[in-house]
Design a binder for this molecule. Structure first.
Ligand SMILES: [Zn+2]
Ligand SMILES: [Zn+2]
Ligand SMILES: [Zn+2]
Length: 56
């Protein structure tokens, strides 16, 4: 038996990150991988995850 962990793709269009549903940052009814994505990169910073180039 393996526990199925629901994974959600970050709702940021440019973001390739996937996070566990329990860890996702919820905003606007969608899940994001980080606060920077959840705030639509208003500060221009990326999500800081390796290999991800999203800047909003
Ligand atoms: Zn990302
Ligand atoms: Zn993201
Ligand atoms: Zn992002």
């Amino acid at each position: 038996m393996s526990v199925a962990v629901e994974m959600v793709k970050c709702a940021c269009a440019d973001c390739v990150c996937v996070v566990g549903a329990s860890e996702a940052i919820m905003a606007d009814g969608r899940g994001f991988c980080s606060d920077t994505c959840a705030s639509h990169h208003q500060d221009g910073a990326g999500c800081a995850h390796a290999g991800c180039l999203c800047h909003g």
